[in-house]
Design a protein around this ligand. Structure first.
Ligand code: ARG
Length: 457
């Protein structure tokens, strides 16, 4: 127990399985850079305090420069007692610059503030990458929407043919949902990027350390203001995974639409080979595995979020070792979300849209609302117009003909207010262009939406 960080009051070593059970270095080593940056900022502040001399600080900086190099070149050699990244770096520092000076680094500091600092720094940088990846996904959606603005397809409610819309409008419906997630992400980043450094184990720092200066050096946007809450707070991880779950829910619905649209029965889109797989048994198969994994991985993301919330919910105030369990799910969560955004962007930028198939799926019944709107424009109350149009649909159904083949006489048999000009109602393009109010599916309204999205990017 002598050579453990906390060896003083112990006489016996750890049970070997307990060593493994306790250690986080195998995964928290990913934060080596943040851990070192935090240590240097802390040492610099302790130099300004007079805890460290300039020479001692220079030695600490020199030691960490070498340790950084070792991590960077993958030559850092962990020792059996390196419980976590904080322990490992401090142990190595003592070896390089000597225990006399190395032993002063941790003055007034706790691993409780260190781990929260490292995680927030790491997460902040990862979330900024996600921000730019998400922007790319939205950009691809917008670019396709502009290029393929003329394709019309059935719009669905309840997965039943509802009204004709632009394919671009469908793409932007999802891009708009992604944009909400982008805004949420930016709000999360602002709360993640606050500094715990100087909070100590729970009670604060006894050497009047300059917390503002450390926060500034590390690029934090501000401080966390209660030391007890700060060391026991994993909101930044929880909120990130709540955000990630929400995003994965959106991408899952997007994927589900495309799984349907890429089926042979629909054929609106064809996935590129790069994002499809075959069947080991059925030679004709081309499966949308990329999309199914996007849908499937959302379950994993929700599970990680729920798991952490369960871990935290009954903990007494401040730090408890349970909190170490926030790291692994968070790392995997970030990777899952990031990979998912990249895959979705790849799928969307390489798929082939088939406007002929989309057009062929349009059905005259989807224009029934146009008949009602036609009557409204002649002064008929909408409820009555809806009823009359319903009878038109019913006549087509009962005589087993498509609605667009009914004669004017037949229509006038239902209601005398139908005139020659009702023919115009059978034009899909016209139906789409009439939806010209803000947010609608007319060409102008769709282009307006691309403008709104571009402002966010
Ligand atoms: N590896 C630990 C964690 O991830 C660091 C904090 C340990 N602090 C302590 N008092 N045991 O939570």
């Amino acid at each position: 127990a002598e050579n453990m960080l906390w060896g003083g009051r112990f006489t016996q070593g750890l049970d070997p399985l307990m060593v493994q059970y306790n250690e986080s270095l195998p995964y928290d080593r990913i934060m080596w850079k943040q851990d070192i940056a935090g240590s240097i900022a802390f040492a610099r502040a302790n130099m300004k305090n007079g805890i460290l001399t300039q020479h001692e600080f220079a030695e600490i900086e020199r030691g960490f420069a070498q340790i950084s190099e070792e991590w960077r070149t993958d030559t850092f050699e962990p020792k059996p007692n390196d419980e976590d990244i904080h322990t490992a770096n401090e142990r190595r520092l003592g070896e390089i610059i000597g225990k006399e000076i190395g032993g002063k680094l941790h003055t007034g500091r706790s691993r409780n503030e260190q781990v929260a600092t490292d995680m927030r720094l790491w997460l902040r940088d990862e979330l900024r990458v996600l921000d730019s990846q998400l922007c790319d996904l939205i950009k691809v959606s917008v670019a396709r929407a502009e290029k393929e603005i003329d394709y019309l397809m059935p719009g669905y409610t309840h997965l039943q043919k509802a009204q004709p819309v632009r394919w671009a409008h469908w793409m932007l419906s999802h891009a708009t949902a992604f944009a909400s997630e982008l805004q949420r992400l930016r709000e999360v980043i602002a709360r993640v990027n606050r500094s715990p450094l100087g909070c100590g184990a729970l009670a604060g720092n006894p050497f009047n350390i300059d917390r503002e200066a450390m926060a500034k050096e590390l690029g934090f946007d501000g401080l966390l203001y209660n030391s007890m809450n700060t060391v026991g707070d994993r909101d930044f991880a929880m909120e990130t995974m709540q955000w990630g779950s929400s995003f994965m829910l959106k991408i899952s619905r997007w994927a589900e639409d495309l799984i349907i649209y890429s089926s042979l029965e629909f054929g609106f889109v064809r996935l590129s080979d790069a994002y499809s797989t075959g069947s080991s048994l059925m030679p004709q198969k081309k499966n949308a595995d990329s999309l199914e994994l996007l849908r499937g991985k959302s379950g994993r993301a929700f599970g990680q979020m729920a798991g952490l919330m369960m871990t935290i919910k009954g903990l007494p105030t401040t730090y408890n070792k349970d909190l170490q369990e926030s790291i692994e799910p968070l790392l995997d969560h970030i990777k899952t979300v990031s990979d998912s955004i990249l895959i979705a962007t790849g799928v969307l930028s390489t798929l082939t849209a088939n406007p002929e198939k989309m057009a062929a799926a349009l059905a005259p019944e989807m224009l029934a609302t146009e008949f009602a709107d036609y009557l409204v424009r002649k002064g008929v109350p909408f409820r009555e117009g809806h009823h009359i149009s319903g009878r038109v649909v019913q006549l087509a159904e009962s005589t087993n003909v498509p609605m667009d083949t009914l004669t004017l006489e037949q229509l006038q048999g239902i209601d005398a207010r139908f005139g020659e000009d009702v023919q115009a109602c059978l034009d899909y393009e016209r139906a789409v262009e009439l939806k010209d109010a803000i947010g609608g599916t007319s060409k102008r309204a769709v282009m307006e939406q691309t403008g709104v999205l571009k402002k966010l990017l």
